[in-house]
Design a protein around this ligand. Sequence first.
Ligand SMILES: Cc1cc2nc3c(=O)[nH]c(=O)nc-3n(C[C@H](O)[C@H](O)[C@H](O)COP(=O)(O)OP(=O)(O)OC[C@H]3O[C@@H](n4cnc5c(N)ncnc54)[C@H](O)[C@@H]3O)c2cc1C
Length: 377
Amino acid sequence: MTEAVDILIIGAGPVGMTLALALADGPYSVRLVDRRPLAAQAGDPRALALSHGARQLLEPLGAWPARAVTPIETIHISQKGGFGRSLIDHADYALPALGYVVRYRDLAGALATRLPEAAVLENAEVQEMTSGEAGVALTLSQNGERRRLAARVLVHAEGTPAEDATVSVRDYHQHAVIAEVTPQPGHHRQAWERFTPDGPLALLPLGEAYSVVFTLPPDRADRTMALDDAGFTAALQAQFGGRIAFSNPGPRSRFPLALRLREKLADGHQVWVGNAAQTLHPVSGQGFNLGLRDAWELAQTLLNQGLEPAALAAHAARRRIDRLGGALFTDGIVRAFSNDFPPLRLARGLGLLALDLCPPARHFVAKRMIWGARAWP
Ligand SMILES: Cc1cc2nc3c(=O)[nH]c(=O)nc-3n(C[C@H](O)[C@H](O)[C@H](O)COP(=O)(O)OP(=O)(O)OC[C@H]3O[C@@H](n4cnc5c(N)ncnc54)[C@H](O)[C@@H]3O)c2cc1C
């Protein structure tokens, strides 16, 4: 028996689930496939900074995890060992907050509770796939049983791609070590982005804690993972400086960092969204926010333009500026800031100073962080 569906989404991460929810009231039959049970997402250690624009997309879907988010009211940007700093303040944009920090698991939980149970095939993996004139035929293995499906549109939302000739890769030779720490005094809803020669260090307010993204070269990340708690807080303190005292570090995890950019977003009846389309460096928290816009815009395309390959190709063309903008923005920051070259340190200091003294420049950067390319020009 082959089950026919209009849209099959592979990957029930936050981007795949958002797409399924955005399509839920439309005319199409939609299935989500994940190789793990949804409950496995409770083990993801990441905290995500969501922009105000992300809130505007998630709220109408009933998937805004209001009780689990911590607002960011100001963002302090500086560099270690150099002058210049900039402060972005929510009050300048008449917004309740510049963004919000939430644990991946709480966001995934808020999305999952809105999904109809029958829409998700858990513990299921694609074994075979054939693309034809009318769509894509797939054989899945679910809990050891084979299952056949035919989809008019196949959406890839399975996260960061493995080796693939159609995905360009820039390895940053940096790893993100993440953990939660208690700040003294409290965080006052301020986030910090501190650039160091090793890589950016981000502190995101989360509940009473700071969620830390401590970026380091791989060998230093090895050593930092192996430190005891006192050693870890000392290393963090050395990188950040003395303005805030850190204590009580929670469990640590690490993620190797690279830019992965898929050349073609759409190919016949298939289309790619979220990390499967582009995986960015976490600096300035762009990845999920961009993936969310992928999902939202794809849903609008499918609902308004139908399921034919031409609609997918048009969607791919419309997403170009936003995704390339996100990739260039994060890549440019990482490369300009992750070094200790004195002329560049001077230029960075002048840049941060200009950002602070020149409101139009600051607003230009802030608006793109809040709304992405929707704020263009
Ligand atoms: C340290 C760190 C910090 C970050 N901070 C931020 C931040 O502050 N703000 C922000 O916007 N972004 C941030 N990001 C990026 C963000 O985590 C990702 O962009 C986001 O999780 C992508 O969601 P996704 O649904 O596309 O993929 P994923 O979250 O990876 O989900 C993919 C899903 O697909 C499933 N899957 C995988 N392969 C298959 C398969 N073959 N078959 C079936 N299912 C499959 C997986 O089980 C998973 O459920 C950060 C990333 C890192 C590493």
